[in-house]
Write a new protein. Structure first.
Length: 258
């Protein structure tokens, strides 16, 4: 009509970058950012827990908080620690449903490797495979990034204790110590100070330092039922979750030491 206005098509550059580019996973913003991937990193804090991984001279440990949101839930059925192979395990941080999906895929990849080559997959190869799959999810709109992070531990026959972490962007790297969750920055700073004082921790020191760091950053004294701890060592390379009695002994040793 005579008074009608011409149609106006807004180009992406005319919109605000934060509101227009965070809707599409596969589109970079003008600053070179993928907002959906960044939001996946924020999802790591959704469980409001912090996880720690620490590598010693002869062992590795992962631990995390155990929070039961509902008193009607069975506490033993809730866990963030998972065994992937007899000698490799992990702690998952973030959205637990996504975490269980990633754990299932990691177990499948490990089983396929064993079937194909006749030997158990190494920690670094499994971490690389999990990271590669996560990276593929950042390239296509058919699958969103997983809102979880996997911290793996195991004993390598040649390299000794191994600690790796995979993030939602598909990046993985080996660590001497690492953390993930709401108190990640504080935990990493404290772990750096601990390792600077004593870089060669034995088995008991590794477990107790990891528990001590987690206790310090969340500012609470743990009961054995409030944390989950899993270990591997050269003496016993099988991935094993500590019982509450074993955790209690370590907590007692920490309190006596302090």
């Amino acid at each position: 009509t005579k008074n009608s206005q011409p149609l106006r098509f807004w180009l992406p550059c005319e919109m605000s970058s934060a509101s227009s580019y965070d809707r599409a996973l596969t589109v970079f913003s003008p600053e070179g950012r993928l907002y959906q991937v960044e939001y996946a990193f924020k999802a790591l804090n959704s469980g409001n827990i912090t996880s720690i991984g620490l590598r010693g001279a002869d062992s590795c440990v992962v631990l995390t908080q155990r929070k039961v949101p509902d008193k009607l839930m069975v506490a033993d059925s809730m866990t963030h620690l998972f065994q992937l192979t007899p000698h490799i395990g992990c702690v998952m941080t973030g959205m637990i449903a996504d975490a269980k999906s990633q754990v299932r895929r990691a177990r499948y990849e490990a089983a396929e490797y064993q079937y194909k080559y006749g030997v158990e997959i190494s920690v670094d190869q499994l971490a690389r495979r999990v990271a590669d799959i996560s990276q593929i999810y950042t390239q296509g709109a058919y699958m969103r990034p997983l809102g979880c992070s996997m911290t793996l531990i195991g004993i390598d026959e040649e390299m000794g204790p191994q600690l790796f972490r995979c993030d939602p962007a598909g990046y993985y790297v080996g660590y001497k110590a690492t953390s993930c969750g709401v108190k990640q920055t504080e935990a990493n700073n404290l772990l750096e100070k601990k390792l600077k004082k004593n870089p060669n921790l034995n088995y008991n020191q590794t477990v107790e330092e990891a528990i001590s760091v987690l206790s310090s950053v969340v500012a609470m004294d743990f009961k054995p039922s409030e944390i989950e701890v899993a270990v591997v060592s050269k003496e016993n390379p099988v991935f094993r979750v500590l019982t509450e009695e074993e955790i209690d002994r370590h907590l007692t040793a920490i309190s006596e030491r302090d």
